[in-house]
Write a protein that binds this ligand. Structure first.
Ligand code: FMN
Ligand code: SF4
Ligand code: FES
Length: 616
């Protein structure tokens, strides 16, 4: 096979960045990407190279981080090293928003203008930045450029910004709350001011907390402090009682997945543990890109060892020796802390070969996402780890049978995994004693928007929506509540009449809503919801992977219909009828959950809140 290289050569700096990820080439680099590709591929018919394809995204990140874009020469070098045709690698690179395939400044500031930052001044911030530094994409700001961004997972501190910085020794960083002064300074070459790590958990220190007990209390960089606060007791117990007993406890706990679909974790783990094909894999889904969601970020930044311990227990129970931790690309701090926790755990015998001197070995690889919401969908995430575009697979087969690299795979959300520590430490039945029979345990909610104290809150399943809002200090400034977006952009709006709704899986379902990833985004009476609906529609149009027609075309038509509705003189009933029809088609015929849920929030606002006047 001819890999079709262009003549472009990598710079020494680009080679250096890529070699730091892939290791130095065995035969050295003589120049000439075409020759290197051909030489190496002949060794074993290309098998060894294909097996390294999963290093494509890490290598692209290395190029992006060093030069600020993926140059043809740099791409050629990566392709030669991995035996991937450059046209294919270009297709992968161009899929991800964080990768630039055209030259651009080394500093790019992404300013969130999404649903939770909007009512917290994001529009005003963007306008001010435009006045000072020019429109998005321009370089009038000095060193860098800026652009608008979907939710950055920092909603409790909005308005938020994420700064991509390229160059040796320069790292990406986030900034929240972001001001025009701070962003202008960054665009003119100043360092990004450090973001305070703490303060996202207003309940901090409450003895009732389970999942958040260590957050802002224990030092997230210290394994000893983690252990002093109960860390690694669950792993010891798991290794002591054995994998079968861990699976039984998890079954008894009736723990439901916290990533959105609420699938029973015990059923998933048992299926993987019993799958005959080998090896088995474990994935922690830390892609957290649902607008309004930030709970996983807080857990990873403030309690990273808990994520590592929980993954180790999961690996033990499902018979996996290797786990992947797929972290959202816009979470640089979480990634750094997790990498530190993994290194510490390995050094102290909690990871690696013969963990705690038992006959069990487990390794964790971090994989950084690159700006694609769809990669939170479990099969798209697997494609991404394998070095491909994040396009969801058809199901069945399900990942428990045919998952990562075609092997049985358990994939769970960060919060789901951290719950496992509770299940194992206290027993499945004790765990199931909290919450309601159908929604067991405690739940993290991402409370944001127009509330006095935004943040991550932990409550027993069954607390009402009104109780949660009250826990957050109520609506900002004591204003009347207009609406709450539950479950994020893929969720649904509810109104003030729903404040008595119990926050349980069944309670939300009864009201035609969903808890989804735990978003509770509050809007007071001053917020105009119409432009927010247009923002949600733009989000789905932008994030659709484009693989299937109903979603690719439907999300475009939906955005267009909303634009017409926002314009004066719109035929409201006609546009609403079109939107309802689009919803039906996308729900019925889309391959994955993105297309199936792309209309939910918009339809709920029309039907339940009557946002455009005439109810459909
Ligand atoms: C478009 C889309 C985006 C998703 N994003 C995430 C995500 O960011 N994090 C997550 O844990 N699950 C996400 N999911 C759900 C996953 O597909 C999967 O159900 C989950 O990782 C399973 O873990 P759990 O059972 O522990 O919830 C998403 C699903 C869809 C359809
Ligand atoms: S529904 Fe949308 S995101 Fe999902 S596979 Fe189809 S085009 Fe891609
Ligand atoms: S960070 Fe802006 S909406 Fe989430």
């Amino acid at each position: 096979m001819d890999l079709h290289f262009t003549k472009d050569e990598p710079t020494a700096d680009e080679r250096d960045a890529v070699d730091a990820v892939l290791g130095a080439p065995e035969s050295g680099w003589r120049g000439g990407a075409r020759d290197a590709g051909a030489d190496t591929r002949q060794v074993d018919g290309g098998r060894a190279l294909r097996e390294r394809r999963h290093l494509l995204l890490p290598a692209l990140h290395a190029l992006q981080g060093r030069r600020g874009w993926i140059s043809p020469g740099g791409l050629n070098y990566v392709c030669a090293r991995l035996g991937v045709p450059p046209a294919e690698a270009h297709g992968v690179a161009s899929f991800y928003a964080m990768f630039a395939t055209k030259e651009r400044p080394a500093t790019v500031v992404h300013v969130c203008d999404d649903v939770a930052c909007s009512p917290r001044g994001a529009e005003e911030l963007c306008r001010e930045l435009e006045r000072r530094c020019g429109p998005p994409g321009s370089t009038q700001g000095g060193h860098g450029t800026w652009q608008r961004s979907p939710c950055l997972g920092l909603c409790e501190r909005g308005p938020a910004a994420f700064v991509q910085q390229a160059g040796r020794g320069r790292e990406d960083a986030s900034l929240a709350p972001a001001s025009a002064d701070a962003l202008e300074a960054v665009l003119r070459g100043r360092d990004v001011p450090a973001r305070p790590g703490e303060g996202s958990v207003p309940q901090k220190g409450d003895p009732e907390l389970r999942l958040l007990a260590r957050v802002d209390v224990a030092d997230p960089g210290s394994l000893d402090d983690y252990r002093a606060h109960g860390g690694y007791r669950a792993l010891r117990r798991a290794l002591h009682v054995g994998a079968a007993e861990v699976l039984r406890e998890l079954h008894d706990s009736r723990l439901a997945g916290r990533g959105g679909a609420a699938f029973p974790a015990g059923v998933k783990w048992k299926a993987v543990a019993e799958a005959p094909a080998r090896p088995h894999y474990l994935i922690c889904n830390a892609d957290e890109s649902e607008p309004g969601t930030f709970k996983d970020r807080v857990l990873m930044e403030q309690d990273p060892f808990a994520v590592v311990e929980a993954m180790t227990i999961a690996g033990f129970a499902v018979g996996a020796e290797r786990g992947f931790l797929y972290v959202r690309g816009e979470y640089p701090e979480a990634t750094r802390r997790l990498a530190h926790a993994i290194a510490e755990a390995r050094q102290r015998g909690f990871l690696g070969p013969n963990i705690l001197e038992r006959d069990f070995s487990f390794e964790i690889d971090i994989r950084r996402g690159a700006g694609a919401y769809i990669c939170g969908e479990e099969t798209a995430l697997m494609e991404s780890i394998e070095g491909r575009r994040g396009e969801p697979r058809n199901k069945p087969p399900f990942p428990v049978h045919v998952g990562l690299f075609g092997k049985p795979t358990a994939i769970n959300n960060v919060e789901t995994l951290v719950n496992v520590l509770e299940v194992i430490a206290h027993g499945g039945e004790a765990y199931a004693g909290r919450g309601t029979p159908a929604s067991t345990g405690t739940k993290l909610f991402c409370l944001s928007g127009c509330v006095e104290r935004p943040g991550v809150y932990e409550v027993h399943f069954g607390a009402t929506l009104g109780e949660l809002v009250a826990l957050g200090g109520g609506v900002r400034g004591g204003r009347p509540l207009q609406a709450v977006l539950l479950g994020g952009a893929a969720g649904a709006f509810v109104g003030a009449a729903d404040l008595d709704m119990p926050l349980t899986l069944e309670g939300a379902r009864e009201r035609g809503a969903t808890l989804g990833s735990g978003v509770v985004l509050v809007f007071d009476d001053t917020v105009d919801l119409k432009p927010l609906l247009a923002r949600i529609a733009a989000f789905f149009r932008d994030e659709s992977c484009g693989q299937c027609v109903p979603c690719r075309v439907g999300t475009v038509r939906q955005e267009e219909a909303l634009a017409r509705l926002l314009a004066p003189g719109a035929d409201v009933l006609k546009e609403q009828a079109l939107l309802a029809e689009l919803e039906q088609v996308m729900k019925d015929a889309s391959i994955c959950g993105l297309g199936q849920t792309a209309s939910g929030a918009i339809q709920s606002a029309i039907r339940r809140l009557g946002v455009f006047g005439g109810r459909a």
